[in-house]
Write a protein that binds this ligand. Structure first.
Ligand code: PEP
Ligand code: MN
Length: 263
């Protein structure tokens, strides 16, 4: 179902009126984790005025250490909904277990499947039973073929609203958190009709690189970007080192728009 052979035209996923795929660039931005209403609302307003269409924010966080901040959970989802009401921005947030599918179907506009759960097949089958747009992130050490097979799990259940996300993969290089696989963009576009979004924040782990990688992704044909933005990166509860300030994000958006205009 994800294969371009049987579906030559690009798919466009409708997210409450915002399109992902089909030649436009959709920018999703926001903090790694929802920390409070005031934090999220402030960031959302600034991201929106810089041109972001969709608000991201984690409520259930897949952290490497069980002692690290795990997210606000359901309270975080409710804050996301409140900020959506204030700003009109659809929200994307990560689900970690099949038992939350009903809750997320009710509260999220896009359900994110994180890199660590790309092959959680029970979870994939469960979100495949909904009609919600799904943002499926490539696993830390997964091939493009494996990513597409995971999309197939969701789509074969009846949910064809899948958006793929390249977020960097593990290589021998340790300078960056992951290595952004730019070639995944044309490769996926050749193999599949699904929209491809790039996450330059988790790909590099370094805020100073986010602009370069975002521009490279747009030049390579990405349908969208997922960028972490925090009002106070130094004190962020999660992923501060890779988070842009709202001011820096505005600068990145200016360059992206300039690049889009010459493409
Ligand atoms: C995230 O988007 O906050 C996240 C945890 O990303 P990934 O699953 O790509 O590591
Ligand atoms: Mn993060």
């Amino acid at each position: 179902k994800a294969n371009r052979k049987f579906h030559p035209e690009d798919s466009v996923v409708d997210v409450n009126g915002v399109s992902v795929g089909g030649g436009t660039l959709t920018v999703m931005a926001g903090p790694c984790s929802v920390e409070s209403f005031d934090q999220l609302e402030g960031i959302a307003r600034q991201c929106k005025s810089s041109g972001a269409q969709i608000l991201r924010g984690g409520a259930f966080k897949p952290r490497t250490s069980p002692y690290a901040f795990q997210g606000l959970g359901e309270e975080g989802l409710d804050i996301l909904m409140d900020v959506k009401k204030e700003t009109g921005m659809p929200i994307v947030t990560e689900i970690m277990a099949p038992r939350y599918v009903e809750l997320f179907s009710e509260k999220a506009d896009i359900i994110q499947i994180g890199a660590r759960n790309m092959q959680n097949f029970d979870l994939l089958k469960e979100v495949g039973q909904t009609k919600k747009p799904i943002l499926l992130k490539r696993g830390l050490s997964s091939t493009i073929e494996e990513l597409l097979m995971s999309a197939e799990y969701i789509m074969s259940g009846g949910n064809e609203n899948v958006i793929l996300c390249e977020r960097g993969i593990r290589t021998f290089e340790t300078y960056t958190r992951n290595t952004l696989d730019i070639s995944a963009i044309p490769a996926i576009k050749k193999l599949s009709h699904l929209p491809v979004v790039v996450d330059p924040s988790h790909a590099s782990g370094l805020s100073y690189m986010v602009e370069s990688l975002a521009l490279a992704a747009v030049a390579a044909g990405a349908d969208g970007l997922l960028i972490e933005v925090h009002n106070d990166p130094k004190h962020a509860l999660c992923d501060g080192a890779q988070s842009l300030t709202p001011e820096a994000f505005e600068g990145v958006m200016h360059k992206i728009n300039a690049l889009k205009n010459v493409m």
